[in-house]
Ligand binder design. Structure first.
Ligand code: SDX
Length: 460
């Protein structure tokens, strides 16, 4: 991302915050207003562009496009800054807990002791799943990926909780938000238990959110389960680090789904589906698979080079980021937590050694330096979760449990934003010109512009 040059105060004050767009083909110009937030890049407000000019903008992947305004999270990618409602992520990770961070993201301020107690208490009222929802699990194969189960079960919540579907009702919106946050650990843990052929443990309201997640995942019904405070703290910190990240792919998916008026359960299910991709939340699982593939330090060089080969689709999983062109501040905290958890558990995981050597080697490689590719939140999270006993297939489920509060906070914000309307992007059309229909008995083997291969994803 080009460095944002500071505008000198004098120039900024002397000139209006507008931009002039000139069509060099016609010589016509139009003025567009500039927008500036509390922090971050200046924007050209192009809402009126098409209406005024009949001209569209083109920005696949939204690399230069802001889709909305928001008060929730701020990222400064050039300087590795991540703020949630103004609070730096490392301060929250080191001093807050996940429930407090949820309150902050949802309601905009850190809670008072009374507000925290009320919020914790309300979330605990919704940790149980309707008994008929638990029957959904038996419809899946035991080998189903837990993310496939999570997408299905979360979407199905809208078949049950009709008392929190009216998105125009503030109380119903709040109930849906608290209910989804509360049920995600239960839904995720049950997907794991189902894969193991084990009974579903009841949530325990005498435990904290993260302790409860731990006991639902790893308790054995035949024995008393003792919560390990180190693991509970590590999970809580992991959830904080995954809670929100402004307009990432899955959050943008939730916003787009919500812009049509879809119910909150369906919107969160769409976010889960998007998060599952290996370029996004599925990267933590992909990092572990990549480390398995690399196998030893001797192979690192080969894979670092492979990741640079333009003819090879292989990418170094856990590296790079659309916004961070410096260290992902979450990765820094995650790295420290990784060392702490492995040390306390007395685990000497060669994968951590391998990951650290891979990180060292990549960070000194000219290709990674030039393209500003640094470790992101997914690079270390898988190693911690593996150390805590989570199977690789549950890594993205854990990401989804943490990110649910971010999704639902943005969903809520989008609904009350007076500038928001149904999201409906346009396109650059490159297909066939208008042509006449040919009855089937008069059709030979005609090559269309894209050829028959286009059906299967490749141009002939
Ligand atoms: C998350 O958006 C968010 O905030 C996401 C997230 C969140 O909290 O919600 O932070 C969580 O999704 C983190 C990212 C997890 N994904 C991975 O670790 C997968 C590996 N990373 C890449 O797939 C990639 O870096 C992305 C998807 C993360 C970012 O892709 P971009 O912004 O579209 O960047 P790009 O693909 O245009 O890459 C720019 C260049 C390209 O080379 P050129 O075409 O310019 O020659 O850098 C190269 C890429 O080939 N590149 C990599 C690379 N990532 C980018 N080359 C090797 N290895 C990589 N990992």
């Amino acid at each position: 991302m080009p460095e944002q040059k500071p505008v000198t105060e004098a120039v900024a004050d002397a000139n209006p915050d507008t931009f002039t767009i000139t069509d060099n083909k016609t010589g016509k110009s139009w003025e567009m207003p500039g927008r500036t937030g509390t922090m971050g890049n200046r924007l050209i407000d192009i809402k009126s562009l098409y209406g005024k000019t009949g001209i569209l903008t083109y920005d696949p992947g939204f690399t230069s496009t802001a889709s909305c305004k928001s008060d929730i999270t701020y990222i400064d990618g050039a300087n590795g800054v991540l703020l949630h409602r103004g609070y730096p992520i490392d301060e929250l990770a080191n001093n807050s807990d996940f429930m407090e961070t949820c309150y902050l993201l949802l309601y905009g301020d850190l809670p008072t002791p009374e507000q925290k107690l009320d919020f914790d208490g309300d979330i605990k009222q919704h940790t149980l799943l309707h008994d008929q929802i638990t029957k959904f699990y038996t419809g899946f194969m035991r080998s189903a990926h837990p993310m496939a189960i999570m997408v299905g079960v979360v979407g199905a919540l809208s078949a049950f909780y009709h008392d929190s579907m009216d998105i125009t009702d503030i109380d119903e919106r709040r109930l849906a938000a608290h209910r989804i946050i509360a049920k995600m650990p239960t839904i995720g843990a049950y997907a794991y238990k189902y894969s193991q052929g084990l009974p579903f443990p009841m949530p325990r309201n005498d435990l904290s959110y993260s302790e409860n997640l731990l006991q639902m995942m790893f308790s054995n019904p035949a024995e008393e389960y003792k919560i390990d405070p180190v693991l509970a703290k590590a999970i809580d910190r992991l959830l904080i680090l995954h809670a929100d990240h402004e307009q990432n792919a899955s959050t943008s998916t939730v916003r787009l789904a919500g812009s049509s008026g879809a119910n909150p359960y369906a919107c969160v299910a769409s976010g889960i589906a998007s998060l599952w991709g290996p370029a996004h939340g599925g990267a933590n699982e992909a990092v572990l698979k990549m480390l398995d593939e690399i196998g030893s330090k001797e192979n690192i060089e080969k894979f670092v080079k492979k990741a640079q080969d333009p003819g090879d689709n292989f990418r170094l999983m856990g590296f790079g980021h659309r916004v961070y062109k410096s260290y992902d501040p979450r990765a820094t905290v995650m790295r420290e937590s990784c060392h702490e958890v492995l040390k306390v558990l007395g685990i000497n995981d060669p994968k951590l050694e391998l990951a650290m050597e891979l990180e060292r080697r990549a960070l000194e490689d000219p290709y990674f330096i030039e393209k500003k590719l640094y470790p992101n939140v997914d690079f270390y999270s898988g190693i911690i979760m593996k150390a805590m006993g989570f199977p690789t297939s549950m890594f993205t489920v854990m990401f989804a449990i943490g990110r649910t509060v971010g999704w639902i906070s943005h969903w809520k914000e989008m609904l009350v934003d007076d500038e928001q309307k149904i999201g409906r992007p346009r396109q650059l059309y490159q297909g066939e010109d208008k042509r006449v229909y040919v009855p089937i008995d008069r059709r030979g083997h005609t090559e269309t512009k894209t050829g028959w291969g286009w059906l299967w994803g490749k141009k002939s």
